[in-house]
Design a binder for this molecule. Sequence first.
Ligand code: SF4
Length: 271
Amino acid sequence: MTSDSTNLRHVCGISGGKDSAALSIYMRDRVPNMEYFFCDTQKELPETYDFLARLEGYLGKPIARLNDERGFDHWLKVYGGYLPSSQMRWCTRQLKIKPFEKWVGDDNVISYVGIRADENRSGYVSTKPNIRAVFPFVEDGLIKEDIMRILEESGVGLPKYYEWRSRSGCYFCFYQRKIEWVGLRERHPDLYEKAMSYEKGSSEDASAFTWTQSESLAELAEPARVAEIRAKHEASASGAARMQANRRLVEVFAELGDSDGGERPCMQCHI
Ligand code: SF4
């Protein structure tokens, strides 16, 4: 795959996850004029920003940070205090897709998307006629093992949050599993507190909305509840570990995001 026109922009979105990072590494020498971008909600994990810096070092050029200058808190007010959810995912629209489409403008663009050949999912495909999505890993038959090898051989490795979380995205992302909320509280208690404060704000709106189903983050942080979540996770993790005796934890988490069978998160955030 090569760059084919001076008027055509080639862009590669980095989500902070492993697949898009591997794609940027894979494309670096194939498309030298590639523009890399990251839609920054400014609510990302510190590990994600560290990973981007590492990736920039390998790519030898900056990853453009795209954001909506009004930010999450502005949009939360616009949406009446309702926290985003899988049913009402305004965050992706306002903080990821719109900034990307603004950055592209009316230019003709080829957008490289890191869906793998062993996945059965579709990526973000813009409805704008000037943006054409391509899927190099699908075209070239690259699967998860290839992605892990690309990251390792480049020296970039995996984002550090894979030690405790299976996906990239905002620290309060509602796609997190319970054990990942426990991990957030342990690794980043300040961010957990901030996520909790959003719940308080929304309950004043009489909607009693919470980030995670059926309980508030205050309830989830109760010692008995944390112990219960841990026990449940350890039981399923030890089953997985028996099957994957030689895998490092960081790799197991990196894989969970692909195979946990839960609801599919937004591709714009998590590829
Ligand atoms: S990572 Fe989660 S909370 Fe953040 S924009 Fe994406 S879907 Fe929304």
